[in-house]
Design a binder for this molecule. Sequence first.
Ligand code: PHE
Length: 337
Amino acid sequence: MNDVLKNIEQIRSEALKAIENVTGAEALERIRVEYLGTKGRVTELTRSLGALPKEERPAAGQAANKAKVEITQAHKEALEALNAAKVSAPALDVTMPGRRPALGHRHLIPKTMDEICGIFAKLGLSIVEGPEVETDYYNFEALNFPHDHPSRDMQETLFVGDKLLLRTHTSPVQIRTMEKTKPPVWIVVPGKTYRRDDDITHSPMFNQIEGLVVDEGITMADLKGVLTAFASAFFSPDTKIRLRPSFFPFTEPSAEVDIACVLCGGHGCRLCKGSGWLELLGSGMVDPALYGFVGYDPEKVSGFAFGMGVDRAAMLKYGLSNIRHLYEGDLRFSRQF
Ligand code: PHE
């Protein structure tokens, strides 16, 4: 009899002590299984009482039951205490060193856009924007592209509906601005443009910056002066430019503007294919026909316009071999700028 009661008392006190010293929820669960689980020591003990002589059973049963109730109660209280501690523990340890967020930086394209616009802003041009989805009227017609004229093919584009298209250049903003404002107009227009082109120097989506200056007495010398100032600010101080005859329906005369090769300085190399020059942009004197569309008096004002590829300018300035580097999102590329 004594042995059984002693055994019960030992299990009881061991269990209560273990619960009292418990430090975490997992340890507490282990204790519960050890004593109260289906194969636990208290459960086994209760089961074994049946084997006792009849007269010993009531006292032993009572003691075992009391031990079980006490252990169960102690376990319940310990569990509650642990849960309460979890809730009231500070969610934020303000003494811990902070985690520094990884700071990114701007992509080369918007950076180049800003730099170019900044240079023209210093020369007195304001920044204007226009829609990327354009009408045939603004993208072609009011820019003097005759219907079915082959010059439209050079800017083959993506139509998004009848007479609605993704603009092939930023030139439509020339018309939109002149329609809305009286001369003088001194603007640059940064923005995305779209064409059905795709190779190592052309991407179906690219970026342009348009320039338009319409004022009294503007000549081609002003065009050359503004672009020379731009080239020395953007590339290097004594970058030479040259104007080459060209054609655009909305400028007359028109000129392709080249800069002296950024790699060889004009002697001829692989980059400039031996010519010493790199093509930078299209430009010209605003064709007076445009003034007819916007109600300007061609006898009073004259102007020049240019359209520069931003991606191309960035490629030339940083010596990029493939335009796709600009769009692939590869951090090994982006981090270099
Ligand atoms: N819009 C022309 C192009 O994208 C460039 C240009 C702009 C030419 C302004 C002349 C004047 O090819």
